[in-house]
Design a protein around this ligand. Structure first.
Ligand SMILES: Cc1cc2nc3c(=O)[nH]c(=O)nc-3n(C[C@H](O)[C@H](O)[C@H](O)COP(=O)(O)OP(=O)(O)OC[C@H]3O[C@@H](n4cnc5c(N)ncnc54)[C@H](O)[C@@H]3O)c2cc1C
Length: 298
């Protein structure tokens, strides 16, 4: 591990070479903040929102920069860059995660930004998050004394299981489903941009289930569980697995209404219509969900 002293106004930077060294450095310096690619963290520093006293850089920890197979799952290092995840060999493994990573920001952001940073930042527009939610991925957290604990990614995103002092995200466990999956994203502009809405759909033939997560429309990805269950019951899992266009459309509408519900009735029992912006968002989600499921089934 190397530590660079810095002029008074600048934070010191520690560069551990293992997860346990990173945990030790963070434990020894409670005011220190971990930094991976720095694309979110430095944006916060530049905007004056964050002034870390010390930084613990994760970029030299080789054990979290790759992936391996373990008991039917992929164990992804938190330090995998979005660019690496977007490459064809990774896309063959977890296609929806690769599609999400490819859609995230311009190339310079994808070259530096990491999976772990995307998860810990937990921005509603984080592109990997709906995919991880649909895959029911688990985060492996490294803590003091060599401790490792698993947290469902949805718990972490919901803030139900925040990282404790000295803890860092080491890995992400993703079940390998060996079945089609899709990620689609709408942005408010052409070219790379933050999602206004995104949808991940994964098929799980072993459990005869369809899992769907909608990103960017709420603080964390939403799972429309009833719509998932309904559409899974329509699919001929032992046959062609296709669905008629009307069923795909109904699925899209079901998902969108679950994620962007009608306003609650007022005291007189009257329901006012959805505001135009919410109606537009609902239509966007509906189209994304219809197309994502269509792609996964085609
Ligand atoms: C111009 C621009 C465009 C962008 N566009 C998109 C986009 O389209 N889609 C999208 O999803 N994101 C986008 N982002 C956001 C960002 O690039 C991603 O969230 C990226 O994945 C963050 O990773 P990082 O390694 O740079 O995180 P960092 O900035 O290094 O860290 C982010 C946060 O996570 C913490 N952290 C990082 N790694 C760990 C770890 N292993 N354990 C514990 N804590 C950790 C840091 O302390 C910090 O709080 C954009 C950012 C910019 C600046």
């Amino acid at each position: 591990m190397t530590t660079h002293a810095a002029p008074q106004a600048l934070p010191s930077v520690t560069l551990p070479v293992s997860l346990d060294e990173a945990v030790a450095a963070l434990t020894a310096m409670p005011a220190a903040v971990p930094v991976a690619g720095g694309t979110d963290l430095m944006a916060a520093v530049n905007a004056g929102l964050l002034r870390p006293a010390a930084l613990v850089g994760l970029g030299r920890i080789s054990e979290i920069r790759g992936w391996q197979y373990l008991d039917g799952q992929a164990l992804l290092g938190a330090g995998l860059t979005l660019a690496r995840i977007g490459r064809p060999d990774f896309a063959a493994l977890i296609p929806a995660l690769a599609a999400a990573a490819r859609s995230a920001g311009p190339p310079q952001i994808r070259n530096a930004g990491t999976l772990g940073g995307n998860i810990v930042s937990s921005a509603p527009t984080g592109d990997t998050l709906p995919v991880l939610a649909a895959l029911e991925a688990t985060v492996v957290v490294a803590g003091p004394g060599g401790a490792r604990r698993d947290i469902p990614v949805s718990h972490l995103l919901a803030g139900r299981d925040m990282l404790g002092p000295g803890e860092v995200v080491g890995f992400v466990r993703v079940p390998l489903l060996h079945a089609p999956q899709a990620f689609l994203k709408a942005t408010g502009r052409t070219g790379p941009g933050r999602a206004t809405a995104s949808v991940a759909v994964v098929l799980d033939p072993a459990r005869r289930s369809v899992r769907c997560a909608v990103g960017a429309v709420a603080a964390m990805p939403l799972r429309p569980l009833e719509a998932e269950e309904w559409v899974a019951s329509l699919i001929d899992w032992d046959g062609a697995r296709g669905l008629v266009p009307e069923a795909l459309t109904a699925f899209g509408e079901y998902v969108a209404a679950a994620c962007i519900p009608d306003p609650a009735p007022d005291e007189a029992g009257e329901t006012s219509p959805l505001p135009p912006a919410a109606l537009h968002l609902r239509r966007t989600v509906s189209a994304l969900a219809r197309r994502a499921l269509g792609r996964a089934l085609s």
